[in-house]
Structure formats: structure tokens, C-alpha cells
Design a protein around this ligand. Structure first.
Ligand SMILES: [Zn+2]
Length: 89
């Protein structure tokens, strides 16, 4: 079974279906028992979907600055641990 750090390192390949079958299976087993990594992967999926939508939408500079400020504030409140980042509210 993979640990949380290995799941984070493999997250993009997992979501792009680029992992070798055994590693994919080990990652999925980890996800069964780790709600933090499930949330982390869900956050990546939401971010990817949002970015895809942003390419179709034009944001004002104020909207971009507001989102950047929100992300900076979220990061500042994250504890410095080896755990995957917690999702935005
Ligand atoms: Zn985990």
C-alpha cells in the first residue's frame, strides 16, 4: 500500500490514467482507508474542472485578484505537516 506522500506524488498520473496497473491498485487501496487523500484527489479534480471552465470564461482582473488572495489565505492557514493539503471550504 502507498503512503500519503506517494499518493500525492502519483495523483496526476492516477487521474490521467497513466499509472501502471499494480501502482494504480495500491493507490486505490490507500484511498479506501484514507479520507485525506480522497479529499485531496477530489480537490485536484475540482481544480482541473475549474481551470477548464476558466478557459471558456473571461475573468476580470478584480476576480483574479480575489481568487488569488483567497488561495494565499488558505495556504497560510495550512499546518506544515506531511499530510496532503486540506480542500478549500
Ligand atoms: Zn493518504
Amino acid at each position: 500500500m502507498l503512503n500519503c506522500r506517494e499518493v500525492v506524488a502519483s495523483a496526476t498520473d492516477y487521474l490521467n490514467d497513466d499509472l501502471p496497473p499494480l501502482r494504480r491498485l495500491r493507490l486505490r487501496f490507500h484511498l479506501l482507508i484514507c479520507r485525506h487523500c480522497r479529499r485531496f484527489l477530489r480537490q485536484i479534480q475540482l481544480t482541473s474542472a475549474t481551470v477548464a471552465r476558466l478557459t471558456e470564461t473571461t475573468l476580470s482582473p478584480d476576480d483574479i485578484e480575489r481568487q488569488a488572495r483567497r488561495l494565499r489565505q488558505h495556504r497560510q492557514h495550512q499546518p506544515l505537516t506531511g499530510d496532503p493539503p486540506k480542500p478549500l471550504d
